[in-house]
Design a protein around this ligand. Structure first.
Ligand code: GCO
Length: 466
Protein backbone atom coordinates (compact mmCIF):
# COMPACT_ATOMS: atom_id res chain seq x y z
CA UNK A 1 0.00 0.00 0.00
CA UNK A 2 1.32 3.46 -0.86
CA UNK A 3 1.92 5.07 2.52
CA UNK A 4 2.51 8.61 1.22
CA UNK A 5 -0.05 11.37 1.67
CA UNK A 6 -0.18 13.88 -1.19
CA UNK A 7 1.30 17.34 -0.81
CA UNK A 8 -2.18 18.88 -0.90
CA UNK A 9 -3.57 16.61 1.83
CA UNK A 10 -4.41 18.88 4.78
CA UNK A 11 -2.95 17.84 8.14
CA UNK A 12 -4.58 19.94 10.84
CA UNK A 13 -5.72 20.10 14.43
CA UNK A 14 -9.10 21.17 15.85
CA UNK A 15 -10.45 23.05 18.84
CA UNK A 16 -13.55 25.01 19.85
CA UNK A 17 -14.12 28.38 21.50
CA UNK A 18 -15.85 27.39 24.71
CA UNK A 19 -13.40 24.55 25.26
CA UNK A 20 -10.23 26.65 25.07
CA UNK A 21 -10.85 30.40 25.42
CA UNK A 22 -11.93 31.12 29.00
CA UNK A 23 -12.47 34.89 29.42
CA UNK A 24 -16.23 34.30 29.46
CA UNK A 25 -16.99 37.85 30.59
CA UNK A 26 -14.29 39.72 28.67
CA UNK A 27 -14.61 42.43 26.03
CA UNK A 28 -18.37 42.39 25.64
CA UNK A 29 -18.88 38.65 25.23
CA UNK A 30 -22.44 37.70 26.13
CA UNK A 31 -23.38 34.50 28.02
CA UNK A 32 -23.96 31.25 26.16
CA UNK A 33 -26.06 28.21 27.06
CA UNK A 34 -22.83 26.57 28.22
CA UNK A 35 -22.12 29.48 30.62
CA UNK A 36 -25.60 28.89 32.03
CA UNK A 37 -25.17 25.10 32.12
CA UNK A 38 -21.92 25.17 34.12
CA UNK A 39 -23.30 27.85 36.45
CA UNK A 40 -26.07 25.63 37.78
CA UNK A 41 -25.77 24.52 41.44
CA UNK A 42 -23.53 21.48 41.89
CA UNK A 43 -21.41 22.23 38.82
CA UNK A 44 -18.85 24.48 40.57
CA UNK A 45 -15.89 22.48 39.25
CA UNK A 46 -17.18 22.65 35.69
CA UNK A 47 -17.71 26.40 36.04
CA UNK A 48 -14.20 26.83 37.40
CA UNK A 49 -12.72 24.72 34.58
CA UNK A 50 -14.66 26.60 31.88
CA UNK A 51 -13.90 30.05 33.31
CA UNK A 52 -10.24 29.69 32.31
CA UNK A 53 -10.05 26.50 30.21
CA UNK A 54 -6.75 26.93 28.31
CA UNK A 55 -6.81 30.73 28.75
CA UNK A 56 -6.62 30.87 24.97
CA UNK A 57 -8.30 34.26 24.80
CA UNK A 58 -5.16 35.66 26.45
CA UNK A 59 -2.62 33.12 25.12
CA UNK A 60 -3.82 32.83 21.54
CA UNK A 61 -0.49 34.05 20.14
CA UNK A 62 1.40 31.30 22.04
CA UNK A 63 -0.98 28.66 20.71
CA UNK A 64 -0.68 29.94 17.15
CA UNK A 65 3.10 29.81 17.56
CA UNK A 66 2.87 26.15 18.61
CA UNK A 67 0.60 25.39 15.63
CA UNK A 68 3.21 26.99 13.37
CA UNK A 69 6.12 25.18 15.01
CA UNK A 70 4.33 21.84 14.57
CA UNK A 71 4.00 22.74 10.89
CA UNK A 72 0.21 22.31 10.80
CA UNK A 73 -1.24 22.85 7.34
CA UNK A 74 -4.45 24.13 8.94
CA UNK A 75 -6.05 24.92 12.28
CA UNK A 76 -9.75 24.42 12.97
CA UNK A 77 -11.12 26.70 15.68
CA UNK A 78 -14.63 27.95 16.37
CA UNK A 79 -15.96 31.49 16.51
CA UNK A 80 -17.92 32.19 19.69
CA UNK A 81 -21.30 33.51 18.55
CA UNK A 82 -21.83 35.42 21.85
CA UNK A 83 -18.48 37.19 21.33
CA UNK A 84 -19.76 38.44 17.97
CA UNK A 85 -23.39 39.09 18.90
CA UNK A 86 -23.72 39.08 22.73
CA UNK A 87 -27.51 38.67 22.52
CA UNK A 88 -27.51 36.54 19.38
CA UNK A 89 -28.71 39.34 17.12
CA UNK A 90 -28.05 42.95 16.21
CA UNK A 91 -24.86 44.85 15.62
CA UNK A 92 -21.56 42.94 16.00
CA UNK A 93 -19.30 43.43 19.02
CA UNK A 94 -16.15 44.99 17.56
CA UNK A 95 -13.87 43.44 20.19
CA UNK A 96 -15.11 39.97 19.25
CA UNK A 97 -14.53 40.55 15.55
CA UNK A 98 -11.05 41.93 16.29
CA UNK A 99 -10.07 38.87 18.36
CA UNK A 100 -10.77 36.43 15.53
CA UNK A 101 -9.33 38.79 12.93
CA UNK A 102 -6.02 38.89 14.84
CA UNK A 103 -6.11 35.11 15.20
CA UNK A 104 -6.62 34.66 11.44
CA UNK A 105 -3.80 37.06 10.61
CA UNK A 106 -1.40 35.29 12.97
CA UNK A 107 -2.28 31.87 11.53
CA UNK A 108 -1.78 33.09 7.97
CA UNK A 109 1.54 34.68 8.90
CA UNK A 110 2.71 31.20 9.96
CA UNK A 111 1.37 29.49 6.85
CA UNK A 112 -1.48 27.81 8.75
CA UNK A 113 -4.86 27.82 6.97
CA UNK A 114 -7.67 28.98 9.29
CA UNK A 115 -10.74 26.68 9.28
CA UNK A 116 -13.35 28.43 11.45
CA UNK A 117 -16.47 26.63 12.67
CA UNK A 118 -19.30 29.11 13.16
CA UNK A 119 -21.31 27.13 15.71
CA UNK A 120 -19.68 24.73 18.17
CA UNK A 121 -22.52 24.61 20.73
CA UNK A 122 -22.09 27.96 22.53
CA UNK A 123 -25.48 29.41 21.55
CA UNK A 124 -26.12 32.93 22.94
CA UNK A 125 -28.27 32.53 26.06
CA UNK A 126 -30.65 35.25 24.91
CA UNK A 127 -31.76 33.10 21.98
CA UNK A 128 -32.35 30.08 24.21
CA UNK A 129 -34.23 32.20 26.76
CA UNK A 130 -36.22 34.06 24.15
CA UNK A 131 -37.32 31.55 21.52
CA UNK A 132 -36.03 28.21 22.83
CA UNK A 133 -32.89 28.36 20.72
CA UNK A 134 -32.70 25.91 17.83
CA UNK A 135 -36.07 24.49 18.80
CA UNK A 136 -37.45 27.64 17.18
CA UNK A 137 -37.31 28.18 13.42
CA UNK A 138 -36.51 31.87 13.98
CA UNK A 139 -33.00 30.92 15.12
CA UNK A 140 -32.29 29.83 11.54
CA UNK A 141 -32.49 33.47 10.43
CA UNK A 142 -30.45 34.62 13.43
CA UNK A 143 -27.70 32.15 12.46
CA UNK A 144 -27.77 33.30 8.85
CA UNK A 145 -27.29 36.91 9.98
CA UNK A 146 -24.41 35.90 12.28
CA UNK A 147 -22.73 33.88 9.50
CA UNK A 148 -22.95 36.88 7.20
CA UNK A 149 -21.35 39.15 9.79
CA UNK A 150 -18.38 36.81 10.33
CA UNK A 151 -17.93 36.07 6.63
CA UNK A 152 -17.97 39.81 5.87
CA UNK A 153 -15.32 40.41 8.54
CA UNK A 154 -12.98 37.50 7.75
CA UNK A 155 -13.89 36.36 4.25
CA UNK A 156 -11.14 38.40 2.57
CA UNK A 157 -8.60 36.07 4.27
CA UNK A 158 -10.54 32.93 5.27
CA UNK A 159 -11.40 30.58 2.41
CA UNK A 160 -12.39 27.42 4.34
CA UNK A 161 -15.54 27.46 6.47
CA UNK A 162 -17.44 24.98 8.64
CA UNK A 163 -20.99 26.05 9.48
CA UNK A 164 -22.06 23.81 12.38
CA UNK A 165 -20.39 21.18 14.55
CA UNK A 166 -22.32 17.97 15.22
CA UNK A 167 -26.02 18.88 15.03
CA UNK A 168 -26.84 15.39 16.34
CA UNK A 169 -24.87 15.77 19.58
CA UNK A 170 -26.16 19.29 20.24
CA UNK A 171 -29.76 18.10 19.77
CA UNK A 172 -29.44 14.76 21.58
CA UNK A 173 -27.20 15.57 24.54
CA UNK A 174 -28.57 19.11 24.92
CA UNK A 175 -32.31 18.59 24.37
CA UNK A 176 -33.06 14.86 24.81
CA UNK A 177 -30.62 13.57 27.45
CA UNK A 178 -30.04 16.95 29.11
CA UNK A 179 -26.41 16.00 29.86
CA UNK A 180 -25.07 18.94 27.82
CA UNK A 181 -26.20 22.56 27.48
CA UNK A 182 -28.90 23.82 27.36
CA UNK A 183 -29.79 20.86 29.64
CA UNK A 184 -33.26 20.22 28.22
CA UNK A 185 -34.85 16.76 28.54
CA UNK A 186 -37.71 16.84 26.07
CA UNK A 187 -38.24 14.18 23.37
CA UNK A 188 -40.46 16.70 21.55
CA UNK A 189 -37.46 19.01 21.09
CA UNK A 190 -34.98 16.56 19.53
CA UNK A 191 -36.06 16.48 15.89
CA UNK A 192 -36.91 20.22 15.64
CA UNK A 193 -33.45 21.07 17.05
CA UNK A 194 -31.79 18.77 14.50
CA UNK A 195 -33.89 20.15 11.65
CA UNK A 196 -33.40 23.82 12.48
CA UNK A 197 -29.61 23.37 12.81
CA UNK A 198 -29.52 21.73 9.38
CA UNK A 199 -31.64 24.55 7.99
CA UNK A 200 -29.32 27.05 9.67
CA UNK A 201 -26.41 25.30 7.94
CA UNK A 202 -28.08 25.81 4.55
CA UNK A 203 -28.75 29.46 5.35
CA UNK A 204 -25.14 29.97 6.42
CA UNK A 205 -23.78 28.38 3.23
CA UNK A 206 -25.62 31.03 1.23
CA UNK A 207 -24.55 33.84 3.55
CA UNK A 208 -20.88 32.82 3.46
CA UNK A 209 -20.84 32.44 -0.30
CA UNK A 210 -22.37 35.87 -0.77
CA UNK A 211 -19.84 37.54 1.55
CA UNK A 212 -16.62 35.59 0.99
CA UNK A 213 -15.49 35.21 -2.62
CA UNK A 214 -14.05 31.77 -3.37
CA UNK A 215 -15.20 30.30 -0.06
CA UNK A 216 -15.12 26.52 0.43
CA UNK A 217 -17.91 25.56 2.85
CA UNK A 218 -18.72 22.39 4.74
CA UNK A 219 -20.30 21.09 7.93
CA UNK A 220 -18.80 18.83 10.64
CA UNK A 221 -20.97 15.76 11.29
CA UNK A 222 -20.32 12.97 13.79
CA UNK A 223 -20.67 9.36 12.73
CA UNK A 224 -20.61 6.64 15.38
CA UNK A 225 -21.20 3.22 13.75
CA UNK A 226 -23.72 1.25 15.80
CA UNK A 227 -23.55 -2.56 15.73
CA UNK A 228 -26.01 -5.10 17.22
CA UNK A 229 -25.06 -6.04 20.80
CA UNK A 230 -26.21 -9.63 20.19
CA UNK A 231 -26.51 -11.65 17.02
CA UNK A 232 -30.29 -11.38 16.98
CA UNK A 233 -32.80 -9.94 14.51
CA UNK A 234 -34.19 -7.68 17.27
CA UNK A 235 -30.77 -6.16 18.00
CA UNK A 236 -30.02 -5.79 14.29
CA UNK A 237 -33.21 -3.77 13.92
CA UNK A 238 -32.32 -1.79 17.05
CA UNK A 239 -28.91 -0.98 15.52
CA UNK A 240 -30.54 0.10 12.25
CA UNK A 241 -32.90 2.45 14.11
CA UNK A 242 -30.02 3.88 16.15
CA UNK A 243 -27.82 4.43 13.10
CA UNK A 244 -30.69 6.31 11.47
CA UNK A 245 -31.32 8.57 14.47
CA UNK A 246 -27.63 9.16 15.28
CA UNK A 247 -25.89 9.20 11.91
CA UNK A 248 -28.31 9.15 8.98
CA UNK A 249 -30.32 11.94 10.63
CA UNK A 250 -27.67 14.43 9.52
CA UNK A 251 -25.73 12.77 6.67
CA UNK A 252 -28.85 11.88 4.66
CA UNK A 253 -30.43 15.37 4.63
CA UNK A 254 -27.09 17.07 3.87
CA UNK A 255 -25.91 14.64 1.17
CA UNK A 256 -29.12 12.99 -0.09
CA UNK A 257 -31.70 15.74 0.55
CA UNK A 258 -33.99 13.52 2.66
CA UNK A 259 -34.24 12.04 6.15
CA UNK A 260 -33.94 8.26 6.66
CA UNK A 261 -37.35 6.54 6.51
CA UNK A 262 -36.74 5.27 10.06
CA UNK A 263 -36.55 8.91 11.21
CA UNK A 264 -39.68 10.11 9.43
CA UNK A 265 -41.71 6.93 9.97
CA UNK A 266 -42.56 7.49 13.63
CA UNK A 267 -45.14 9.61 15.46
CA UNK A 268 -42.62 12.45 16.01
CA UNK A 269 -41.24 13.89 12.77
CA UNK A 270 -38.81 16.68 11.78
CA UNK A 271 -40.84 19.91 11.16
CA UNK A 272 -40.12 19.95 7.41
CA UNK A 273 -41.67 22.71 5.29
CA UNK A 274 -41.65 23.12 1.52
CA UNK A 275 -38.16 23.95 0.32
CA UNK A 276 -36.42 22.92 3.54
CA UNK A 277 -34.71 19.81 2.20
CA UNK A 278 -33.45 21.68 -0.85
CA UNK A 279 -31.98 24.36 1.42
CA UNK A 280 -30.38 21.77 3.72
CA UNK A 281 -28.84 19.82 0.84
CA UNK A 282 -27.51 22.85 -0.98
CA UNK A 283 -24.24 21.62 -2.53
CA UNK A 284 -21.20 22.02 -0.26
CA UNK A 285 -17.49 21.80 -0.96
CA UNK A 286 -16.74 19.07 1.60
CA UNK A 287 -18.42 17.10 4.33
CA UNK A 288 -16.61 17.13 7.68
CA UNK A 289 -16.53 13.82 9.56
CA UNK A 290 -15.92 13.51 13.32
CA UNK A 291 -15.06 9.93 14.25
CA UNK A 292 -14.07 8.42 17.62
CA UNK A 293 -15.47 4.96 18.17
CA UNK A 294 -18.45 2.65 17.68
CA UNK A 295 -21.39 1.72 19.89
CA UNK A 296 -23.63 -1.30 20.30
CA UNK A 297 -27.43 -1.42 20.39
CA UNK A 298 -29.65 -3.83 22.32
CA UNK A 299 -33.38 -3.94 21.60
CA UNK A 300 -35.29 -1.93 24.25
CA UNK A 301 -38.90 -1.16 23.25
CA UNK A 302 -39.50 1.62 25.82
CA UNK A 303 -36.64 3.91 24.74
CA UNK A 304 -37.90 6.96 22.74
CA UNK A 305 -37.24 7.09 19.01
CA UNK A 306 -34.67 4.27 18.76
CA UNK A 307 -36.24 1.64 21.07
CA UNK A 308 -32.70 0.55 21.90
CA UNK A 309 -30.20 0.63 24.75
CA UNK A 310 -26.95 1.99 23.29
CA UNK A 311 -23.57 1.60 24.98
CA UNK A 312 -20.02 2.51 24.06
CA UNK A 313 -19.51 6.26 24.20
CA UNK A 314 -21.26 7.17 27.43
CA UNK A 315 -18.52 8.61 29.67
CA UNK A 316 -17.24 5.72 31.77
CA UNK A 317 -14.40 5.42 34.25
CA UNK A 318 -12.83 2.20 32.97
CA UNK A 319 -9.15 1.19 33.16
CA UNK A 320 -7.20 2.55 30.19
CA UNK A 321 -5.66 -0.10 27.96
CA UNK A 322 -4.21 -0.06 24.46
CA UNK A 323 -7.77 -0.71 23.30
CA UNK A 324 -9.81 1.54 25.61
CA UNK A 325 -9.19 5.26 26.05
CA UNK A 326 -9.52 7.49 29.11
CA UNK A 327 -13.09 8.25 28.00
CA UNK A 328 -13.90 4.53 28.26
CA UNK A 329 -14.26 4.43 24.45
CA UNK A 330 -13.18 1.38 22.47
CA UNK A 331 -10.26 1.90 20.08
CA UNK A 332 -11.95 0.72 16.89
CA UNK A 333 -10.15 1.84 13.73
CA UNK A 334 -12.33 -0.33 11.48
CA UNK A 335 -15.22 2.02 12.26
CA UNK A 336 -13.56 4.76 10.22
CA UNK A 337 -13.01 2.33 7.33
CA UNK A 338 -16.71 1.39 7.44
CA UNK A 339 -17.79 5.04 7.35
CA UNK A 340 -15.46 6.00 4.50
CA UNK A 341 -16.69 3.01 2.49
CA UNK A 342 -20.31 4.08 3.10
CA UNK A 343 -19.45 7.62 1.98
CA UNK A 344 -17.90 6.21 -1.22
CA UNK A 345 -20.91 4.01 -1.86
CA UNK A 346 -24.27 5.13 -0.51
CA UNK A 347 -23.40 8.84 -0.50
CA UNK A 348 -21.69 9.13 -3.88
CA UNK A 349 -18.10 9.70 -2.73
CA UNK A 350 -18.24 13.40 -1.74
CA UNK A 351 -15.08 15.33 -0.81
CA UNK A 352 -14.46 14.47 2.88
CA UNK A 353 -12.38 16.16 5.56
CA UNK A 354 -11.96 14.24 8.81
CA UNK A 355 -12.62 17.28 11.02
CA UNK A 356 -12.03 15.38 14.26
CA UNK A 357 -10.18 12.20 15.16
CA UNK A 358 -8.35 11.68 18.43
CA UNK A 359 -8.23 10.02 21.83
CA UNK A 360 -8.02 10.90 25.49
CA UNK A 361 -5.37 9.38 27.72
CA UNK A 362 -4.05 10.10 31.22
CA UNK A 363 -1.02 12.15 30.26
CA UNK A 364 1.70 13.12 32.72
CA UNK A 365 4.52 15.60 32.14
CA UNK A 366 7.95 14.11 32.85
CA UNK A 367 11.32 15.86 32.82
CA UNK A 368 14.11 14.10 31.01
CA UNK A 369 16.98 13.62 33.50
CA UNK A 370 19.62 14.03 30.82
CA UNK A 371 18.26 17.03 28.93
CA UNK A 372 16.05 18.59 31.56
CA UNK A 373 13.39 18.89 28.84
CA UNK A 374 9.75 18.41 29.87
CA UNK A 375 7.76 15.96 27.78
CA UNK A 376 4.78 13.63 27.71
CA UNK A 377 5.39 10.01 26.59
CA UNK A 378 1.93 9.46 25.12
CA UNK A 379 2.74 6.37 23.05
CA UNK A 380 -0.90 5.23 23.10
CA UNK A 381 -1.99 8.45 21.41
CA UNK A 382 0.75 8.02 18.77
CA UNK A 383 -0.45 4.45 18.20
CA UNK A 384 -4.06 5.67 17.93
CA UNK A 385 -3.29 8.46 15.45
CA UNK A 386 -1.14 6.15 13.35
CA UNK A 387 -3.93 3.55 13.26
CA UNK A 388 -6.52 6.09 12.17
CA UNK A 389 -4.27 7.62 9.53
CA UNK A 390 -3.43 4.18 8.14
CA UNK A 391 -7.17 3.64 7.63
CA UNK A 392 -7.42 7.03 5.89
CA UNK A 393 -4.45 6.24 3.67
CA UNK A 394 -6.02 2.92 2.71
CA UNK A 395 -9.40 4.54 2.03
CA UNK A 396 -7.74 7.03 -0.32
CA UNK A 397 -6.27 4.05 -2.13
CA UNK A 398 -9.79 2.60 -2.35
CA UNK A 399 -11.05 5.79 -3.98
CA UNK A 400 -12.18 8.02 -1.08
CA UNK A 401 -11.94 11.72 -1.96
CA UNK A 402 -10.37 12.41 1.43
CA UNK A 403 -8.93 15.95 1.49
CA UNK A 404 -7.59 16.24 5.02
CA UNK A 405 -7.60 15.24 8.67
CA UNK A 406 -7.71 17.33 11.86
CA UNK A 407 -6.58 15.82 15.15
CA UNK A 408 -8.84 16.53 18.11
CA UNK A 409 -7.23 18.47 19.68
CA UNK A 410 -4.31 20.88 19.42
CA UNK A 411 -4.18 21.38 23.21
CA UNK A 412 -5.85 19.62 26.10
CA UNK A 413 -9.08 21.49 26.79
CA UNK A 414 -12.49 21.61 28.49
CA UNK A 415 -14.17 18.32 27.58
CA UNK A 416 -17.76 19.49 28.15
CA UNK A 417 -19.48 17.60 31.00
CA UNK A 418 -16.08 16.04 31.89
CA UNK A 419 -14.46 19.45 32.37
CA UNK A 420 -10.65 19.65 32.13
CA UNK A 421 -10.27 16.07 33.41
CA UNK A 422 -9.95 14.44 29.98
CA UNK A 423 -6.91 15.19 27.85
CA UNK A 424 -7.16 14.91 24.02
CA UNK A 425 -4.38 17.31 23.07
CA UNK A 426 -1.22 16.98 21.05
CA UNK A 427 -0.05 19.58 23.56
CA UNK A 428 -0.38 19.16 27.33
CA UNK A 429 -1.82 22.05 29.37
CA UNK A 430 -0.97 22.47 33.06
CA UNK A 431 -4.20 24.16 34.18
CA UNK A 432 -2.48 25.52 37.30
CA UNK A 433 0.23 27.40 35.41
CA UNK A 434 -1.22 27.25 31.87
CA UNK A 435 2.19 25.94 30.73
CA UNK A 436 2.05 24.18 27.37
CA UNK A 437 4.17 21.03 26.77
CA UNK A 438 4.26 19.41 23.32
CA UNK A 439 3.61 15.69 23.77
CA UNK A 440 5.40 12.94 21.85
CA UNK A 441 2.26 12.68 19.72
CA UNK A 442 2.66 16.33 18.73
CA UNK A 443 6.25 15.70 17.67
CA UNK A 444 5.25 12.53 15.85
CA UNK A 445 2.46 14.36 14.00
CA UNK A 446 4.83 17.20 13.11
CA UNK A 447 7.31 14.71 11.61
CA UNK A 448 4.49 13.08 9.62
CA UNK A 449 3.37 16.44 8.24
CA UNK A 450 6.91 17.15 7.08
CA UNK A 451 7.50 13.72 5.53
CA UNK A 452 3.91 13.00 4.36
CA UNK A 453 4.87 9.33 4.85
CA UNK A 454 3.13 7.29 7.51
CA UNK A 455 5.82 5.42 9.39
CA UNK A 456 5.53 1.72 10.09
CA UNK A 457 4.86 0.99 13.79
CA UNK A 458 8.37 -0.39 14.17
CA UNK A 459 10.02 2.91 13.20
CA UNK A 460 8.26 4.73 16.11
CA UNK A 461 8.70 8.14 14.44
CA UNK A 462 9.02 10.58 17.33
CA UNK A 463 8.07 8.09 20.00
CA UNK A 464 8.74 4.56 21.20
CA UNK A 465 5.87 2.10 21.03
CA UNK A 466 4.00 1.51 24.29
C1 GCO B 1 -17.41 16.36 19.84
C2 GCO B 1 -16.97 17.73 19.89
C3 GCO B 1 -15.67 17.98 20.61
C4 GCO B 1 -15.30 16.99 21.71
C5 GCO B 1 -14.48 15.85 21.14
C6 GCO B 1 -14.09 14.85 22.23
O1 GCO B 1 -17.14 15.71 18.83
O2 GCO B 1 -18.07 15.95 20.79
O3 GCO B 1 -16.84 18.24 18.57
O4 GCO B 1 -15.95 19.25 21.14
O5 GCO B 1 -14.54 17.64 22.69
O6 GCO B 1 -15.23 15.17 20.21
O7 GCO B 1 -15.26 14.31 22.80
Amino acid sequence: MDDRFSEDFIFGASSSAFQIEGALDRDGRGPSVWDDFVSRPGRERLRSDAATACDHYARWADDVAIAGELGLDAYRFSVSWPRIQPDGSGEPNRAGIDFYSRLVDALLERGVRPFPTLFHWDLPSALQRGSGGFRARDTVARFGDYAGIVARALGDRVKDWITINEPFEYACFGHLFGTHAPGVKNPLAYLPVVHHQLLAHGRAVSAIRSEAAGARVGIALSWTPVHPARDTEADARAAARTNAFMNGVSFDPILLGRYPDLVTGGLLKPPVRDGDMEAISTPIDFVGLNYYSRERARNAPLVPFIRADVTGKEPRELPETDDRTAMGWEVYHDGLAEILAELRGRYGNPPVVVTEFGSAWSDEVETDAATGRAGVRDARRVRYLRGQLAVMRSAIGAGSDLRGAFVWSLTDNFEWAEGNAKRFGLVHVDYGTQARTVKDSGRWYSALIASRVLDAPSSGQGSEEA
